[in-house]
Design a protein around this ligand. Structure first.
Ligand code: DGT
Ligand code: MG
Length: 524
């Protein structure tokens, strides 16, 4: 396409593509300000007001805004950070537990505003509050916080009023997070996830910004380069650059067939839509993890008694997480990394059923392991160990991991499952807990209040919930090979996507199948 043709086509194309998108949703994206640093300052208020960096190995993974003002940046080496800011105070951020705990508390508060909360890594959440917007409201609400470059263009579908109301709810959510947890956040309010995330980052820290759909192209074009679109990771970006696509506008106007050749039809369509700010992926209710575990690496271990000792420490750590989760596992898995004489290491895992809580019904919340139960788990794990390592010969291991899975399905643990919690009627408190027919305990009146398309999706989701407590849930989710799923789940989403993109690339080389756009704005 000739350069001089582009502006006309741009108007035509963007209107054509935009008109295909409805503005009927109100989505809030919440991102915690300098997350790890805030947690450290909350736990140790004497750090407040000082430039603070959080270190993992030799990197400052994040820093507070005082440190940023003095030139420290996220992911800077400690050496450079200290050169920039000699007064930088460093806190060790290698134990993620405190961040995980705070993340969970944040999630609980968000869920009290809407059941439609999607957690991204530890510090980001999308909340769909469309069903909370008062459609009959005649009073014009003022926007709470900033408006992204509004030039009084008003869409006729009423979205501006809905988004204004959304901004008031976003402010309430952020106020509550501050009041209850002392944590400050940024929020973006828009009619889809992509735009909410992008607009939330335009005013930082501790601020919120609303985007009216008429300004969405301005926002997306302000990103300039396709790599700045969430969901376009480095692998995809390299491919785009190889095609000469190095601006958002070029991506918008590249012939779709050219993109299809490179990425496959689905991905090609999605990335071109994203380049116009269109994202119809819905807020996917975050489910409980399918497995809970931890791994520990070390120089070498050569005796069974050392293995036993390590497993005991690991079990203490992992069981604390299982207890917090509240569901009873029925499977345990042991992962071992063996070091061979040739100095190469191999990971192997074995899984088995555990019956150490026989007699406890699946609806009962679990507690700490007693001595007998602990012994039983360790014996089970040692049996698994002997399946992986031939203990009659000499051996060395450099990593051990324990993970529990096979949790009861959501339908059978209503108090713990977000969607169940929301839709379970509280009007029949004395009804005995019976194994329900699918959907039978969902409060139909709440369902009726939802917009029809969301209601349909929720109903489909409810139908898909597994109903057997004994069936073992699949362990795998989208996690690259060789990466600890627990750690992977907690990485920032951009990094998850990059790893997934690399993994996908490897698979494609093997299978020669077309590419797909990743997890980020996946339509479920
Ligand atoms: P913000 O949102 O700009 O105010 O600052 P943060 O610190 O909240 O940054 P964000 O939202 O990108 O990431 C959330 C937390 O995740 C951050 O506090 C530290 C951790 N994190 C971010 N990027 C990386 C990374 O590349 N590696 C590791 N290990 N952790 C990271
Ligand atoms: Mg953040």
């Amino acid at each position: 396409m000739e350069a001089e043709d582009q502006s006309d086509d741009f108007t035509y194309n963007s209107v054509a593509i935009q008109s295909s998108e409805k503005h009927d949703r109100v989505i809030i994206h919440i991102d915690i300000d300098c997350f790890y640093a805030q947690v450290e300052m909350i736990l140790n208020p004497s750090l407040r007001g000082k430039p603070l960096g959080i270190k993992q190995k030799n990197i400052v993974v994040t820093c507070n805004y005082e440190a940023r003002a003095l030139g420290v940046e996220k992911l800077m080496s400690i050496k450079t950070a200290l050169e920039k800011c000699p007064s930088l105070v460093l806190a060790n951020g290698e134990d993620l537990k405190k961040y995980r705990d705070m993340s969970e508390k944040i999630y609980q508060i968000l869920q009290s505003f809407s059941p439609f909360v999607e957690k991204l890594g530890l510090d980001e959440n999308f909340i769909d509050i469309t069903h909370k917007i008062n459609k009959s409201s005649e009073t014009t609400t003022e926007v709470s916080g900033h408006i992204f470059q509004n030039e009084d263009e008003v869409c006729t579908c009423g979205c501006n009023d809905r988004l204004k109301e959304g901004s008031v709810i976003a402010q309430e959510i952020r106020n509550q997070l501050k009041a209850e947890l002392g944590i400050t956040t940024c929020a973006g309010i828009a009619c889809n996830k992509l735009l909410a995330k992008l607009v939330g980052a335009t005013h930082k820290p501790n601020q919120q910004t609303t985007l009216f759909p008429a300004s969405s192209l301005k926002l997306i074009k302000s990103l300039k380069h396709p790599r700045n679109i969430p969901g376009i990771g480095s692998a995809m970006n390299r491919k785009l650059e190889a095609l000469g696509i190095d601006t958002i506008e070029k991506l918008q106007f590249t012939d779709l067939f050219k993109l299809i050749e490179a990425f496959g039809a689905k991905t090609a369509n999605q990335i071109q839509q994203l380049s116009f700010g269109i994202d119809d992926s819905r807020v996917k209710i975050t489910d409980k993890p399918k497995s809970i575990g931890a791994e520990d690496g070390f120089p070498t271990i050569k005796t069974e008694s050392e293995v036993r000792k390590k497993l005991k420490c690991l079990l203490d750590r992992v069981w604390e997480l299982v207890e917090k989760d509240g569901r009873r596992p029925s499977q345990v898995k042991l992962t071992v990394r063996k070091l061979h004489a040739t100095n190469h290491s191999v990971r192997e895992a074995r899984q088995t059923a555990i019956d150490f809580m026989t007699g406890v019904t699946s609806n009962v919340t679990i507690g700490p392991l007693n001595e007998n139960q602990e012994k039983k788990v360790i014996t089970t794990l040692m049996n698994l160990f002997e399946k992986v390592v031939n203990c009659d010969e000499s051996w060395q291991v450099t990593l051990l991991g324990i993970s529990f899975s096979g949790f009861p399905s959501g339908i059978e643990s209503p108090a713990k499952n977000s969607i169940n919690k929301y839709f379970t009627s509280s009007s029949r408190p004395n009804e005995p807990l019976q194994p329900p027919a699918k959907r039978s305990r969902f409060d139909e009146s709440v369902l009726q209040e939802l917009p029809p398309d969301i209601r349909q999706e929720v109903l489909e989701e409810i139908q898909q919930l597994p109903s057997s407590s004994t069936s073992q849930q699949p362990e795998d989710f989208d996690c690259p090979k060789g990466v600890d799923p627990q750690i992977f789940r907690e990485l920032p989403l951009e990094i998850q996507n990059e790893l997934l993109a690399e993994e996908k690339k490897k698979k494609q080389i093997l299978t020669k199948k077309p590419n797909n756009l990743l997890q980020y704005f996946r339509k479920v």
